[in-house]
Write a protein that binds this ligand. Structure first.
Ligand SMILES: C[S@@+](CC[C@H](N)C(=O)[O-])C[C@H]1O[C@@H](n2cnc3c(N)ncnc32)[C@H](O)[C@@H]1O
Length: 180
């Protein structure tokens, strides 16, 4: 299979041309069911980039449209592969149910909350300040790839545990549960 290529067009058509289980990792940032039309003036040449996020009928139209594409994503994903679906409050709860059906709820790994800052609004509610990224693996295969990320220990952790290995809330030295 050719790699290092950007395919332009409807991902449904493009994915249908791919063989089964050939993709390691999928990240989707689709329209969010926001009922808006987006236009951006791009770069120095004032190129107009636009896409529509308006759906006739109901949420069922949107979830049906997404479902067709997610089915293809599942087909092309390798057994060790994972998929990340970026969405927000408009439809994340509907997409979670769709993903549970297509990828199986046992393959739901986690939900990443991407929090960002906005100016406070004069609304009678909390500001909507986060997106959701649903993370599923194709299977529960122990060989599935997940590249762990590490960061330096916080000062307080270093003070408490030094550089000793800590595993899932257990102190390796004593084997005892670390009280939270
Ligand atoms: C929420 S935006 C994502 C924007 C993008 N992540 C960026 O930073 O520019 C949704 C994107 O999905 C694209 N899109 C809409 N329908 C599509 C389809 N059938 N196949 C592939 N992409 C599609 C739109 O053109 C738009 O760029």
């Amino acid at each position: 299979m050719n790699t290092n290529i950007i395919y332009c067009g409807d991902c449904l058509t493009i994915l249908k041309g791919f063989p089964d289980e050939c993709i390691d990792l999928i990240y989707l940032d689709p329209p969010f069911f926001s009922n808006r039309h987006y236009e951006v003036i791009w770069g120095n040449h004032a190129e107009l980039r636009a896409f529509g996020d308006r759906w006739q009928g109901s949420i069922n139209h949107y979830t049906g449209w997404m479902g067709e594409r997610l089915e293809q994503c599942k087909r092309v994903l390798k057994k060790e592969g994972s998929i990340y679906l970026h969405c927000d409050y408009h439809a994340s709860h509907y997409l979670k149910i769709k993903m549970d059906k297509i990828f199986d709820e046992s393959n739901f790994r986690n939900e990443i909350v991407w929090h960002y800052k906005k100016w406070s609004a004069g609304w009678q509610q909390f500001q909507r300040n986060h997106d959701i990224i649903l993370f599923y693996s194709k299977t529960d295969n122990k060989k599935r790839v997940f590249n762990k990320m590490f960061m330096d220990r916080a000062e307080s952790t270093l003070k408490r545990f030094g550089t000793a290995k800590i595993i899932s809330g257990y102190d390796e030295k004593t084997g005892k549960r670390i009280p939270s």
